[in-house]
Design a protein around this ligand. Structure first.
Ligand SMILES: NC(=O)c1ccc[n+]([C@@H]2O[C@H](COP(=O)([O-])OP(=O)(O)OC[C@H]3O[C@@H](n4cnc5c(N)ncnc54)[C@H](OP(=O)(O)O)[C@@H]3O)[C@@H](O)[C@H]2O)c1
Length: 316
């Protein structure tokens, strides 16, 4: 493992010829990640929920990158809708025959109780189940592209999470925004680690790596500040916080560092992992539970109807 502690996007190298998907690419970390991958020469498919947001995202990369943005493509994807994921996958397969980097970045945080179109609790549904279904639908391309990587975005908030398989969706009034966000970010790690174990067992030449940004000033918490008297608090909290560009570095290192191993987790090196250059960090013991990972996998296949046929071998 490369122990460097000063990694920046200048270390991305030449990514020409590589095809990447970044989910949630119109905002925050997704936009910053897309920009950096484009600047390094990758062909980036930036996914957004609406065509208006696609146009804004495209304009943002053109403005900052000029010609380098020519390799930016936009496609519509709503991770809270299994049918939208199916349509995206069909469109992507129609246009591309390889997938080097799948950056499962999009997310929502601590929203009020609500359900996705398919009836899933929305944070688990968007942050985990949506990306589980997306990765499964793109698995053929991941497996056939040598050295492909899947990067899952988690958070230090995975430590708030606990799995309760009889009540994954927080039914019967048990929902709290914080616990549901924690569960979804724990699920991102359980999935990332289990995906790598299954790649290994099936001899697939691909890596599953996880990352978290620490804290970065993005749109993630906007809905928590939507009352006028809370807005000054947001500006106060954003003082000294990392920029999206800094926050994207763990993702970018996870996606490209040649010394990264499957199952690695990258985050900022500073105190409490809030800020700093991206280094390998540790997640909690719960996130490494193979029992929970397998239960979540089985449940995610059942809920989404997406079966990872080629990665069937259950791990020990
Ligand atoms: N910022 C932080 O400090 C922080 C800390 C820990 C972890 N993270 C993680 O970082 C990731 C990126 O968040 P961010 O901070 O960049 O927040 P952000 O600025 O709010 O960006 C989130 C992105 O996800 C998209 N998204 C939300 N729901 C979606 C859905 N149903 N289908 C498809 N896309 C959807 C959003 O699209 P719309 O514009 O359409 O809503 C937006 O593009 C998340 O996974 C988050 O959990 C962030």
């Amino acid at each position: 493992m490369n122990a460097r502690t000063d990694w920046t996007e200048a270390d991305l190298g030449d990514l020409s010829g590589k095809v990447a998907i970044v989910t949630g690419a119109n905002s925050g970390l997704g936009l910053a990640t897309s920009r950096a991958l484009l600047a390094a020469g990758a062909h980036v498919v930036m996914t957004t929920r609406t065509s208006e947001k696609a146009a804004t995202a495209q304009a943002a990369v053109v403005e900052s990158l000029g010609n380098a943005a020519a390799v930016a493509e936009t496609m519509l994807l709503d991770l809270a809708d299994l049918e939208s994921i199916r349509r995206f996958s069909e469109e992507f397969h129609g246009k591309h025959s390889r997938l080097d980097l799948l950056i499962n970045n999009a997310g929502i945080m601590m929203t009020d109780a609500q359900l996705t179109i398919d009836g899933f609790e929305s944070q688990l549904g968007t942050n985990h189940l949506g990306h589980f279904a997306l990765t499964g639908r793109l698995l053929d391309l991941i497996e056939s592209t040598p050295g492909a990587r899947v990067v899952s975005l988690s958070s230090v908030a995975h430590r708030w999470g606990f799995m309760e398989f009889g009540n994954l969706m927080f039914q019967n009034g048990s929902y709290t925004p914080r616990a549901a966000y924690g569960r979804s970010k724990l699920a991102n790690l359980l999935f990332a680690y289990e995906l790598q174990r299954r790649f290994d067992a099936a001899g697939v030449d691909a890596l599953s790596v996880a990352a978290h940004p620490g804290t970065a000033g993005t749109g993630l918490a906007d809905h928590l500040f939507n009352r006028w008297y809370l807005r000054p608090l947001k500006s106060l909290l954003f003082l000294g916080i990392q920029t999206p560009r800094q926050g994207a570095r763990p993702t970018l290192r996870a996606a490209t560092d040649e010394d990264a191993a499957g199952g690695d987790f990258f985050g900022p090196r500073g105190r409490n992992e809030h800020r700093g250059a991206p280094v390998r960090v540790e997640s909690n013991a719960t996130s490494h539970s193979q029992v929970d990972a397998q239960k979540l996998w089985t449940e995610s296949e059942r809920l989404t109807g997406i079966n990872y046929e080629s990665l069937r071998t259950p791990t020990k």
